[in-house]
Design a protein around this ligand. Sequence first.
Ligand SMILES: C[S@@+](CC[C@H](N)C(=O)[O-])C[C@H]1O[C@@H](n2cnc3c(N)ncnc32)[C@H](O)[C@@H]1O
Length: 294
Amino acid sequence: MRDNEQTADHYTKQWSSDLGFKSFVQQNPEAAKAMPSRQLPWAGLFKRIREQASERKTTVYDAACGFGDILNQLTASPIPAHLDYVGADIHGALDTIERHGIATLLNHDITGELPTGQKFDFIICRAAIHHTPDPRATYQTLVRQLAPGGTIAITAYAKKAPMREAVDDALRATIIPMSNDEAFATASQLTALGRDLQRSQGQITIENDLPFLGIKAGAYDIQTFIYNHFIKCWHNPAFSEQHCDLVNFDWYHPPFAFRYERDELRAWAAACELEIVREASTEAQHYMECRSSR
Ligand SMILES: C[S@@+](CC[C@H](N)C(=O)[O-])C[C@H]1O[C@@H](n2cnc3c(N)ncnc32)[C@H](O)[C@@H]1O
């Protein structure tokens, strides 16, 4: 299978109605707050888009729209009267997304420009650019589709401590070639490890910063310490076991999962002559919002 086909196949399973992640997120907004997408400044951007689109025509390109989470937030009642939304993704579960009467959804690879040649006031690429084979080139392609003065916002995976990076790469090398079902079953072992670590009551105090190891001084519970510095083994008691498995499957199985320092993303913006207007980072991801002056 070619790499992009494997990405598409992976996400067709991940967003299938069988796994029910979309309904889980919709029915459990409190649990969903654990997702990186809820911890970065997306809500503020969506509010600004909704305000503008309630007054005048506002075009939005949701590049790699996933299961429609952003569309659902942009079209929360009352639907902004002048919102013109285009979502694109390569997975095979786009037909499970409700279009709210206004959305155009395209089966399209975001590494190429949209065939319509349309330009957009806002381009959003949330938690997806790192899954494309050449994220910097994807960014440039997206920027070319901005309308004059338009805004582009992305999140990309953050680089972690060196031990965590090495383990991520080693486990990925084994898991990527697996079939969806095999990888999903394997992900359950990472969930089990995360659950058992969380149940331990232990704490560790690191007395001094250890910059070579990417560890900052401080007190950590055991699960956070191991998770942040050694191995991603996601578990959250507010999620079902199957949805925890889905998060681990999402981390280890897609064929591309590049990670970045914030400065690397800044260099993308500079090369496209964009002004950075908002940045934020969590342990997991960097958010960068830029405006075109052209
Ligand atoms: C982690 S999901 C994020 C989905 C959505 N942006 C969100 O934040 O809810 C990554 C998405 O990127 C999509 N994707 C990966 N490579 C792509 C490509 N080359 N073209 C279009 N979509 C792609 C996947 O199919 C998947 O739906």
